[in-house]
Design a protein around this ligand. Structure first.
Ligand code: B1M
Length: 208
């Protein structure tokens, strides 16, 4: 627990080298990888988000903290991949049209890969047309839509509708800070997740 606290502090201090070293130490001390990710790296990043909301940090600091967190993620990613033995399904993921926030989506992507899913990441600002052509190309089991802005939530609605019309069998999973279970229900998405761990848990129920 002390080591996890140190990881969270190092993220707060923007110290990528320290995050990397502490994560390596946590792995060496045989702390479970998902614990390192959830209670160290992701929790550390969530705390930065909270501090941003209360006006205690600014966007450039959030970005350098995210980079520090990713330095730790790079250490655990191979281990997560090893742990996820059998392939559970294929996910196509992206941030919806006009949304340029990808820190949370990238965490979600890593968590899914770590849990044994194959992930095709379409990146940011993904239009409905781009989702549809990626579905045609990759034939995924489910599609992930992320939105961080209230102004891009309508795009999440439009894209979900288009996917469900064309591919009723493909599950749609949605998330991002302003998204709620009620909104997910309203737009016809199959799975809502408030954080990356919940996203994997809820997908596992469907795909295991
Ligand atoms: Co912007 N931004 N931003 N921003 N930004 C927010 C979202 C905002 C809440 C800040 C604020 O004003 N208080 C606000 C939105 C207000 C609103 O819509 N109600 C905002 C705004 C207004 C804007 C701009 C419009 C600012 C401007 O230019 N005036 C602009 C818009 C750009 C655009 O998208 N078109 C903008 C730009 C940016 C940056 C580019 C500078 C940068 C993003 C860089 C990047 O992502 N590469 C940025 C950042 C960093 C933030 C904040 C500070 C942090 C977001 C973040 O990464 N959080 C954010 C404030 C905040 O949230 N406190 C803010 C950490 C991350 C781990 O959490 O993304 O929530 P989160 O992900 C979680 C869960 O939500 C969930 O799991 C993740 C991990 O547990 N989750 C999913 C996420 N995606 C999921 C998908 C799933 C399932 C779960 O399934 C598919």
């Amino acid at each position: 627990e002390k080591l996890l606290e140190q990881i969270r502090s190092a993220i707060w201090e923007h110290d990528a080298k320290k995050v990397k070293a502490l994560t390596e130490q946590a792995v060496a001390e045989k702390i479970e990888v998902t614990t390192i990710v959830n209670h160290g790296l992701v929790e550390g990043m969530n705390q930065i988000g909270e501090k941003f909301k209360s006006g205690n940090v600014f966007i450039p600091e959030v970005l350098i903290s995210a980079r520090a967190m990713m330095a730790g993620m790079a250490v655990v990613k191979p281990l997560l991949l090893e742990a996820g033995v059998k392939e559970k399904g294929l996910l196509v993921i992206g941030a919806v049209k006009e949304d340029l926030h990808d820190i949370g989506k990238n965490i979600v992507t890593i968590m899914f890969e770590g849990a044994g899913y194959k992930v095709v990441d379409l990146g940011l600002d993904v239009s409905t047309e781009k989702y549809i052509s990626a579905i045609d190309e990759h034939k995924p089991d489910f599609v992930g839509l992320a939105a961080l802005l209230t102004t891009t939530m309508p795009h999440m609605r439009d894209t979900t509708k288009a996917i469900k019309e064309k591919y009723p069998h493909i599950k749609v999973i949605v998330g991002g800070a302003p998204i709620t279970q009620a909104f997910a229900n309203e737009i016809g998405a199959d799975i809502y997740a408030g954080d990356a761990a919940m996203a994997v848990e809820r997908a596992n129920v469907v795909f295991e």
